[in-house]
Design a protein around this ligand. Structure first.
Ligand SMILES: [Zn+2]
Length: 233
């Protein structure tokens, strides 16, 4: 441990403090907006030689109401330098992505996003259907691997390989079947934005199915017009 990585030095580093606060805010926002759930998800960002990452149980025990001092500051060898709590078991994916794609992006978000989860449960990719999601291409759904093993990290990294330019532009998203989304972006704002856009895109795809039906509201709508007319006289 060098003199910059003592708990005192970590706690007086303004960039780390700002990022730990930001991670709390992003986690709370994701939970509030159904972009993740109490069962899981995690938010991380690299600051210099360190990674700030939300702790294990952020959802299940804290309902994403976590404080900056709970956000872990971890070195690339996964030593916890500061922060209360344990490291999430899903953090393996985050560190794999930082090791392999760290020159392209500095933030990773794993999210159990409600609409994207429908695609995850169906093990189907998410094609872009909005101008705002074209840059992500079709979000691939990778081969299954249990949530806490190293195979999942390998599958997610495998889907990102060759798509590094998407991270540099904004972000690259990958679906883990029966599980959720993994997104790596150029910075934490871009990554959060991508999570929201991909989930919104998934919502649009699901809602668009309703347009396949005949106009179910045509009768009631005419009824309203007729009723209003009767009251005009
Ligand atoms: Zn998860």
């Amino acid at each position: 441990m060098n003199e910059n990585s003592t708990p005192e030095a970590i706690r007086s580093n303004p960039q780390l403090n700002a990022m730990r606060t930001k991670i709390c805010r992003i986690g709370a926002l994701m939970y509030e907006r159904h972009l993740t759930d109490a069962a899981g998800g995690n938010v991380s960002a690299r600051v210099g030689d360190y990674v700030c990452i939300s702790p294990r149980y952020a959802g299940s025990k804290y309902q994403w109401n976590i404080q900056p001092e709970q956000v872990l500051v971890v070195d690339m060898d996964l030593n916890i330098l500061d922060g209360t709590g344990e490291i999430s078991r899903e953090s393996k994916v985050h560190f794999k992505l930082y090791r392999e794609f760290g020159e392209h992006g500095s933030s990773v978000i794993h999210a159990h996003a409600r609409n994207a989860l429908v695609f995850a449960a169906a093990a189907q990719p998410i094609p872009p259907v909005l101008e705002a999601t074209q840059k992500f291409g079709t979000v691939p759904c990778v081969e299954f691997a249990p949530a806490h093993g190293s195979d999942l990290a390998e599958h997610v990294a495998g889907a990102i390989r060759g798509n590094e330019a998407r991270i540099r532009k904004q972000a690259m998203a990958v679906l883990a079947p029966w599980h959720g989304l993994f997104v790596m972006g150029k910075d934490i704002d871009a990554t959060y934005d991508a999570v929201e856009r991909v989930d919104e895109n998934a919502y649009i795809l699901l809602m668009a199915k309703l347009l396949d039906n005949n106009d179910l509201l045509a009768g009631p709508r005419q009824g309203l017009v007729d009723a209003l007319k009767r009251y005009e006289h």
